[in-house]
Design a protein around this ligand. Sequence first.
Ligand SMILES: N[C@@H](CCC(=O)N[C@@H](CS)C(=O)NCC(=O)O)C(=O)O
Length: 281
Amino acid sequence: MAVTVRGRHRAFGGQVQYLAHASAEIGGEMRFAVYMPPAAERGPVPALFYLAGLTCTEETVIIKAGALRRAAEAGIALVAPDTSPRDRRFPGDDAAWDFGQGAGFYVDATAEPWRDAYRMYSYVTRELPELVAQEFPVDGARLGVFGHSMGGHGALVAGLRNPDRFRSVSAFAPIAAPMHCPWGEKAFGNYLGPDRAGWAAYDATALVSAGSRVASGILVDQGLDDQFLATQLHPDRFEAACRQAGQKLTLRRHAGYDHGYFFISTFIDDHIDHHAAVLGR
Ligand SMILES: N[C@@H](CCC(=O)N[C@@H](CS)C(=O)NCC(=O)O)C(=O)O
């Protein structure tokens, strides 16, 4: 088997597995988690990829989001990759929490030295979906993608650029215009180099303006007490681009909620239902 099982846990009649495999894109070991619902015992199920935010790992959504009960009820698998290479190391990759380890930003790096391993875009849009469809009872034609913050950015970009692969898309507090915020400028400047023309392929707002579309519509939830809202996230820019381009978007703003997993766990069922409604057909 191409995948090593590091842990297995029964949950809501299904099973959480913590896994590792040798990634060709990353050139080293990558870790990911899978939740298979009870329905997977009877045949292939749709799968929902969750891309986590800065400092997170493949365990975060499984432990903190409260997603498993609804995934079990909906008969939908969850797949959660780690947020960066860990096996391959580079000088300075642990100097900051918003770049390097735990902060792969779901791009294929083109700048030295990161280009050798930081290929998270290809990893989450191609290698991991293909591996999961091969190794688990997952219907590779019924995949969705969602995520949080850096992973919300990753989910929007993965969905907008790969409509044939990911049929449903949603995000919690995404970095919605990364070319225009400090996190994005730092990550893209280092992973992609100073030429901003190359950044637009990884900016959800720029992609919508340039014609990319998610046919099933996009769901975004945003807390209004999010400590990163004013400086980093820019949902208003994404909303304006979607309105101008005719991209269907449901952007819900929630008074009092911050950036963390209490916010995510409050609305996670709505996201799973959004994906199940598209992927169940
Ligand atoms: N370490 C940062 C916070 C990083 C952060 O908030 N990360 C978000 C994603 S962008 C997260 O989900 N953290 C993990 C958690 O809340 O469990 C800080 O000190 O301000």
